[in-house]
Design a protein around this ligand. Structure first.
Ligand code: SF4
Ligand code: SF4
Length: 70
């Protein structure tokens, strides 16, 4: 999907059956687009802040992150 200013939006899917909750993806995201809300045990992805850089995918040792077009 393309936004009004030509920005491509995407979302991040995390396979929780493989995730070890190491937080490497959250801690290395250069834009702070990926966060973890411990009170509800949920990852949050901010598509407006995401640069689609795939750093989160690269640092995940469990290979459980996918980036999907919205
Ligand atoms: S880096 Fe991978 S295993 Fe670690 S919290 Fe993120 S998705 Fe889960
Ligand atoms: S693709 Fe890049 S900017 Fe987007 S959530 Fe992953 S590390 Fe952060």
């Amino acid at each position: 999907m393309t936004g009004a200013e030509g920005v491509n939006f995407c979302t991040v899917r995390i396979d929780d059956s493989k995730c070890t909750y190491c937080m490497e993806c959250v801690n290395t995201c250069p834009n702070g687009a990926l966060t973890y809300e411990s009170s509800v045990k949920c990852f949050m992805h901010n598509a407006y802040e995401c640069a689609y850089c795939e750093v989160c995918i690269d640092v995940c040792s469990e290979e459980c992150i996918e980036i999907l077009d919205m």
